[in-house]
Design a binder for this molecule. Structure first.
Ligand code: PSV
Ligand code: MN
Ligand code: MN
Length: 390
């Protein structure tokens, strides 16, 4: 095969791309208006993992599954780990959950009441116990905390209590484990959020220590935010721990990554590559944080990891040497054209051929449709309670 785009030169880097899938993507989900039930939805954590394993088997891209506690509560995490490994996937990031308990209405790690704060800290300790059993590296902390009305809360006091609570949790994580702190600029609190932006997350994690990092969820920014700039800065500072990928038109839409704005995904991956985030020694974790409200969940996840792979391949094709020369020469439009040339390259045929070379289906979407798995789960998962997003 001729290789006009230079695809052969990027496959060693592309080979390193791994995208963790979230267990909650396989449950039913919706909006505050309606959660649609769908046939074949998992009724247990094991069935979610089985579905995630299908995504990995067909794409070779999704070797681990993130769990959310207590949504994915089981008695024996060591057994769950073996079950997952038998299906060819690992258990990945453990997500804590302090947003569905009445006690946390006014805060969890930031609450003015020490008893409530300790309850939230203890929940994180339980998550760390789970991590030891599952072999997980990352504890991901996203906090729904904030206030709705000016004057409702002492912003400074909350930030101080947050620092103290996080320090207590951080002390408990193992030498090979990390704490990743996710930020979000609004929702469910609307006036202020205690970790609204990368700067706050960065300030908090730097105070904790070297194994504390920032998680960047692509849906958690105001419209118009230059997300790739944040990616660049966090990589430069050595604190980009992980991504929660999804795409959005308005806010935290949690749609299929790359569906709304593939160019933004390209720009993000271009900065990841520029900053060493795809190098062999990189610790940056790539994850999806998505829900599939109206489409089938497994092909939704397959489409998502393929989108990330496709935009990563295009970003790897940027002629970095030529770009540097154009940038240094002040060649504004020349530099821009080099960048856009890579974005405009259709890598799909090359990716299909490369997949086949590695024993994977050329079209994982088609392979899934033809596999009969969807029909099989729709038939076999009739009894029991289908799991929802929460
Ligand atoms: C919050 O919007 C979030 O992005 C966090 O990552 C949660 O863990 C996830 O959604 C699922 O609620
Ligand atoms: Mn997220
Ligand atoms: Mn979110």
């Amino acid at each position: 095969m001729t290789d006009p785009s230079g695809f052969a030169a990027i496959t060693s880097q592309l080979e390193r791309l791994a995208i963790e899938v979230p267990s909650w993507a396989y449950g039913n989900s919706g909006t505050r208006f309606k959660v649609f039930g769908s046939a074949g939805t998992p009724r247990s954590v094991e069935e979610k993992i089985a579905d995630a394993a299908v995504v990995n088997r067909l794409t070779g891209l999704a070797p681990s599954v993130a769990l959310h506690i207590p949504w994915d509560l089981v008695d024996d995490y060591t057994a769950l780990r073996s079950y997952a490994e038998d299906l060819g996937v690992a258990l990945g990031t453990i997500n804590s959950n302090t947003f569905q308990d009445d006690d946390y209405k006014l805060g969890a790690l930031t609450h003015t009441d020490k008893v409530v704060r300790q309850k939230a800290i203890d929940h994180h300790f339980e998550c760390i116990d789970v991590m030891h059993a599952t072999g997980s590296r990352d504890l991901k902390v996203w906090l729904a905390e904030g206030s709705n009305y000016p004057g409702q809360a002492d912003l400074r006091g909350r930030q101080d209590r947050l620092a103290e609570s996080l320090a207590t949790i951080y002390e408990r994580i193992g030498e090979d484990q990390r704490l990743v702190l996710e930020y979000k600029f609004f929702e469910p609190a609307f006036y202020h959020t205690d970790v609204p932006d990368w700067g706050t997350s960065y300030a908090q994690v730097v105070a904790l220590g070297e194994r504390a990092m920032v998680c960047l969820d692509t849906g958690h920014h105001a419209p118009g935010t230059n997300i790739e700039f944040i990616v660049m800065q966090l990589l430069r500072l050595g604190r980009l721990g992980s991504f929660d990928f999804n795409s959005r038109f308005y806010a935290d839409d949690d749609l299929i990554v790359g569906a709304a704005d593939p160019f933004q995904l390209f720009r993000i991956m271009a900065e990841v590559i520029r900053g060493g985030g795809l190098d062999a020694d990189s610790d940056v974790a790539f994850m999806l944080d998505q829900c599939h409200n109206i489409e089938d969940k497994i092909p939704g996840q397959i489409r998502s990891v393929l989108n990330v792979q496709e935009m990563t391949a295009r970003a790897l094709l940027i002629d970095r040497d030529a770009l540097l020369v154009a940038q240094q020469d002040g060649d504004v439009l020349g530099a821009h054209e080099i960048y856009i040339d890579a974005f405009s390259t259709d890598v799909r045929p090359a990716l299909a051929a490369w997949r086949e070379e590695r024993g994977l289906p050329a079209s994982p979407m088609r392979a899934y449709a033809e596999s009969g798995y969807q029909q099989e789960i729709e038939e076999s998962r009739r009894g029991g309670t289908q799991l929802s997003w929460n």
